[in-house]
Design a protein around this ligand. Structure first.
Ligand code: ATP
Ligand code: MG
Length: 238
């Protein structure tokens, strides 16, 4: 099971990736939660370069560094985890490159796709949860988090790009959904609360992978909780 979370900035990928991993772990499943760029020591170093607002990068440098990060991540982390029968949840993967550098910067995905097909060596996700959001709303969520906590980092180099770039990225994701329809499931989070998105994502994962659904502590209201190990069949389709 290789699940990726994709979508424009501030759509809730990192929030939902963590919630999904937690819920699967509460069901006794072994989960690796990882992210791109990053996920390896080299990748975290590349992430600093790629997202540093003080660094200018040529478009193809950005494409190639993202792909280099991914190639390392696949070999060092993702493939071994899948071979160990872990569920891998990856916060951004190949579709981010296709949407941001392909549709967002270059206007088409052919070069980015060719480079990334080499980088992933055939390892496509089984399920891609596309968390969609109106770009203004997504960017405002980050701004609000920065203002409220005072500790959240400011916008990174890619988030700082003009609104029209973020709109091309969003449309790009919609195109990817049409191209790769079978592995995609889209949730528009613009007007949805975090727990509603989490529940929808959970139901998709349960259906798609026919996993036994657990009564997870995280999702029970106070007073309703019993034991975490109460499992029942996921029902239709399995
Ligand atoms: N459905 C939602 N409604 C409102 N706020 C949300 C929702 N989901 C996440 N948030 C908040 O929006 C902010 C961005 O969420 P998060 O970091 O998960 O997004 P992201 O998609 O990972 O962003 P990025 O693309 O920049 O990594 C956080 O402060 C988070 O708490
Ligand atoms: Mg994130």
């Amino acid at each position: 099971m290789f699940i990726t979370l994709e979508g424009p900035d501030g759509s809730g990928k990192s929030t939902q990736a963590a919630l999904l991993a937690e819920r699967l772990r509460e069901c006794g499943l072994s989960v690796l939660l990882t992210r791109e760029p990053g996920g390896t020591e080299l990748g975290e170093a590349l992430r600093k370069i790629l997202l540093n607002p003080d660094k200018e990068l040529a478009v193809m440098t950005e494409v190639l560094l993202m792909a280099a990060d991914r190639a390392q991540h696949v070999e060092e982390v993702i493939k071994p985890a899948l071979q160990n029968n872990m569920i891998v949840i990856c916060d951004r993967y190949i579709d981010s490159s296709l949407a941001y550098q392909g549709f967002g910067l270059l206007g088409d995905i052919s070069k980015v796709l060719a480079i990334n097909e080499v980088a992933i060596g055939g390892l496509w996700p089984n399920l891609t949860l596309l968390l969609d959001v109106e770009p203004k709303v997504g960017l405002a969520r980050h701004a609000m988090a920065s203002n409220v906590s005072g500790s959240a980092p400011g916008l990174d180099r890619i988030e700082r790009r003009e609104l029209s770039f973020h709109q091309r990225v969003r449309k790009g994701y919609h195109s990817l959904q049409r191209i790769y329809g079978e592995r995609f499931y889209t949730i528009d989070t613009t007007d949805l609360k975090t727990d509603i998105v989490a529940q929808q994502a959970w139901e998709v994962v349960v259906r798609r992978f026919c996993i036994p659904e657990c009564t997870s502590k995280t999702y029970l209201k106070e007073g309703e909780g019993h034991e975490i190990d109460h499992c029942h069949s996921a029902g239709s389709g399995c």
